[in-house]
Design a binder for this molecule. Structure first.
Ligand code: NIG
Length: 385
């Protein structure tokens, strides 16, 4: 097992309660794990040495919400939106048609391209979803292809396919579709929103998924106030994602729960929605994650740095809160923030997912908006950039 010591760290963000954020620090990677982190003066020897030359080091981004098993693009829909048309969830059907028409190889290659794009920008743990297949066969192959990602979520309940009866489709999702897909995924998600699935349909699907041992997630409160966040809390979901339109009672429910509020600011900007009230959530004590929601319709970016920058400049999150939300928060939303091989943290035993910025501190992510700041990346102990 080769070990590498990263020396000369100007600022080390560990997200570990005891280690905290260190200046003049060092970090040692052994195999695919972090084996040591602390003050530079006490760093142990290692086989190899990497000089960070005063740069900031942090855990790789944990992108806990993407939709990367897809084909085609929706440039025209985006351009129409920028010209004043509203975002409609029905656009999903365009991607469903393109995805159904693509080969497994095309879908896998597209997924790999997008994961590589994300990793090159410092994302080292990535979740992705099915949801552009919407037949048993297309959801199953989407789930199998998605296995390239760290975490896979079944989103058969993304939209009722055109010309299908909603309740008959929910029956299919709860029965045959979940039976086929469940062995290939860790999570089940449902788009609980007017125009997608109502609260009763969403509850049925989440209960069916729970019976099969899957963890739960909810797309909620994206386009209007609604029951998604409360449903997520009631069902013990790991996260409710979007949270653009939350009532005070939703914020209170989330604050008293284990459900992470995952905010997707790139999506809100790309769909000309307001940005979520991160301050209200954080001040109430809710755990917040930031994710890209990379998909061809509502948020076609893999840049977690862009999400962090937006959170700081436009959502009144501090840089520390935003960086933590995009690392530890995402890990918590995937229930991977603790134990052996944890992600979103840099402590002995954590997965060696390390992001070095070409900057002396994480503050530069907001101070230098739009400037690519990724200098080096290790994923599972392998230097990939
Ligand atoms: O998270 N909200 C639903 N699903 C995606 C949208 C996907 C699409 O428009 O293709 C989202 O924004």
């Amino acid at each position: 097992m080769t070990s590498t010591v990263i020396t000369g760290i100007g600022e080390l963000t560990t997200n570990d309660d005891e280690l905290g954020t260190l200046t003049d620090a060092a970090l040692v990677i052994g195999g695919d794990r972090v084996v040591w982190a602390g003050p530079a003066a006490r760093a142990p020897d290692a086989d190899e040495r990497f000089d960070a030359a005063g740069r900031a080091v942090l855990p790789g981004w944990v992108d806990s919400h993407t939709h990367l098993v897809f084909a085609g693009d929706r440039t025209a829909e985006f351009a129409a939106r920028m010209a004043g048309k509203p975002y409609q969830a029905g656009g999903i059907a365009v991607t469903v048609e393109a995805t159904r028409g693509a080969t497994d190889e095309e879908l896998a290659a597209n997924l790999r391209t997008h994961i590589a794009e994300a990793v090159a920008q410092g994302t080292t743990c990535i979740e992705t979803k099915t949801g552009y297949g919407l037949t048993v066969a297309d959801e199953l192959r989407s789930a199998k292809i998605a296995a390239e990602a760290d975490e896979v979520t079944f989103l058969g309940a993304h939209l009722v396919p055109a010309d299908e009866d909603a309740n008959a489709y929910v029956d299919l999702v709860c029965g045959e579709m979940l039976d086929a897909v469940a062995p290939h995924v860790g999570w089940c998600d449902v788009f609980c929103e007017t125009g997608a699935f109502d609260v009763d349909q969403s509850t049925r699907i989440l209960e069916a998924a729970k019976e099969r041992g899957l963890g739960l997630r909810v797309h909620g409160n994206q386009l209007a106030p609604g029951p998604g966040a409360r449903l997520a809390v009631e069902m013990g979901a790991a996260s409710v994602d979007h949270c653009t339109y939350l009532a005070e009672s939703d914020v209170d429910a989330l604050a008293g729960s284990e459900t992470v509020a995952t905010l997707l600011p790139a999506c809100d900007l790309s769909t000309r929605q307001p940005l979520p009230d991160a301050r209200a959530l954080i001040d109430a004590g809710t755990t917040v994650a930031l994710a890209s929601n990379c998909n061809p319709g509502s948020s076609y970016t893999s840049s977690m740095a862009f999400c962090v920058t937006t959170a700081v400049l436009q959502m009144r999150m501090s840089i520390e809160e935003a960086v933590r939300a995009a690392t530890w928060g995402g890990a918590r939303a995937l229930r991977r923030e603790s134990g052996d091989g944890a992600v979103g943290v840099l402590r002995p035993g954590a997965r060696a997912d390390v992001h070095i910025l070409d900057a002396p501190s994480t503050t530069w992510l907001a101070y230098r908006p739009g400037v690519p700041l990724t200098h080096a990346v290790w994923r599972r102990g392998n230097r990939i950039r």
